[in-house]
Design a binder for this molecule. Structure first.
Ligand code: CO8
Length: 258
């Protein structure tokens, strides 16, 4: 499949999706979200791929949902087409890890898309925000829920009610992003991180992701129980014997993803 609003690159075991509507600061329209969905499905199904990076340009990860496209819709449109849910949440369905590499603006749906990924690496020039209130609506892609879980109620309220931007340093201090790197190093840092993840046992990586995500969905006691069941299940994979034997024999493990 050829794409017009994104670029898809397979760099050995890492799939890199670059949002690519530069004239609109990568505003997320239906075509882009359809193409992003197709690319994520492609990477999820590709056995060669172990980790995914989603990135944008140096100026913008994505400046939000496409306001020009949204402005034409009325209630019947958004309700009947299930606007947002229909094709905007594929990132949350992918079982392989996804890293958001964010430079420039990550606003509205752009911030929400980054938060749907497993973790965010930010460039020093990154700016995060949920400015929907300034155009008469509220976040619709999970922003009020995920941002609150990341940064707590007080800061989430501040962001959602004022629409202000958060810079990279504040995003790091408040737990929205996992690290901040010089802007020119962003992609290399994200690729190195993704490559490192692909060297590990893929089932262990996928189950680690699923287990961390459980923390958001359940109580502590149930989450810990879930983790223990998953931990036990990993002893059914050959990679567990290999990983532990390699440690004892002081050699690199040869994981087979089985
Ligand atoms: N939609 C459509 N076009 C956009 C958007 C957008 N969100 N953002 C920027 N553009 C366009 C501008 O219209 C402009 O196009 P043109 O040259 O044709 O006028 C071009 O990109 C460049 O933008 P600016 O000239 O404004 O660039 P500046 O550097 O002056 O400003 C800003 C950059 C601050 C990012 C500014 O463009 C801005 O405020 N953009 C809108 C940000 C916003 O409000 N985003 C939230 C949108 S609502 C939303 O996201 C709902 C989420 C729904 C769920 C999604 C689930 C994933």
């Amino acid at each position: 499949m050829s794409y017009e609003t994104i670029l898809l690159d397979k760099r050995e075991a890492v799939g890199v999706i670059t949002l690519n509507r530069p004239k609109a600061l990568n505003a997320l329209n239906n075509q882009l979200m359809d193409e992003l969905t197709a690319a994520l499905r492609d990477l999820e199904a590709d056995d060669e791929i172990g980790c995914i990076v989603i990135t944008g340009s140096e100026k913008a990860f994505a400046a939000g949902a496409d306001i020009k496209q949204m402005a034409e819709k009325d209630y019947t449109d958004v309700f009947m087409e299930d606007f947002i849910t229909a094709n905007w949440e594929e990132a949350t369905r992918v079982r392989k890890p996804i890293i958001a590499a964010v430079a420039g603006f990550a606003l509205g749906g752009g911030c929400e898309l980054a938060m749907m990924c497993d973790f965010i690496i930010a460039a020093e020039n990154a700016k995060f925000g949920q400015p929907e209130i300034t155009i008469g609506v509220i976040p619709g892609g999970g922003g009020t829920q995920r941002l609150t879980r990341f940064v707590g109620k007080s800061k989430a309220m501040d962001m959602v009610l004022t629409g202000r931007h958060m810079d990279a340093a504040e995003a790091l201090a408040s737990g929205l992003v996992s690290r901040v790197v010089p802007t020119e190093d962003l992609l290399d840092e994200a690729l190195d991180t993704a490559e490192k993840i692909t060297t590990y046992s893929r089932p262990a990586v996928m189950l680690a992701k699923e287990s961390v995500n459980r923390a958001y969905e359940t109580t502590l006691a149930e989450g810990v129980r879930f983790e223990r069941r998953v931990f036990h299940s990993l002893f059914a994979f050959e990679d567990q014997s290999e990983g532990m034997a390699a440690f004892i024999e002081k050699r690199r493990p040869q994981f087979k993803n089985r």
